[in-house]
Design a protein. Structure first.
Length: 131
């Protein structure tokens, strides 16, 4: 699950509820993987004191590199399509992840996003469970 808050401007904001998805990886080096995921996203938007809830899909692709056995760095690009208007948002993200156990890790990241009406940025924290 990943949670984050995005401030677009003084008059508009978007908060992302926890979202879920599936993904996979393919090795491209001894300590580097190509990663991709698709997620279902639910967002709540406030514009001029009106709240709108929108749902959609998010596609992400990037690379992650294991610096040590417990610490990795990652970066990627994303595309989300939200709401009945199918608003498309593109994003770029950078992050780090620390393994607590062989199948559980904590992450911290930064994402910058843009669509036709606004630019935004967010700091997020996550927990990853591997199967």
């Amino acid at each position: 699950a990943t949670c984050g808050a995005i401030t677009i401007s003084e008059r508009a904001s978007l908060s992302m509820a926890p979202h879920s998805g599936v993904g996979g990886r393919a090795p491209i080096g001894s300590q580097t993987d190509f990663v991709a995921s698709v997620s279902y996203v639910r967002g709540k938007t406030s514009v001029l004191s009106y709240w709108v809830v929108a749902t959609g899909l998010e596609l992400d692709a990037g690379v992650r590199h294991a610096v040590t056995d417990k610490f990795e760095l990652n970066g990627g690009l994303g595309l989300s399509v939200m709401g009945s208007d199918r608003v498309q948002t593109t994003s770029i993200s950078l992050g780090a992840r620390y393994k607590l156990a062989s199948k559980v890790s904590l992450g911290l990241g930064y994402t910058a996003a843009t669509n036709s009406s606004a630019d935004s940025s967010a700091v997020n924290a996550s927990v990853r469970f591997e199967f």
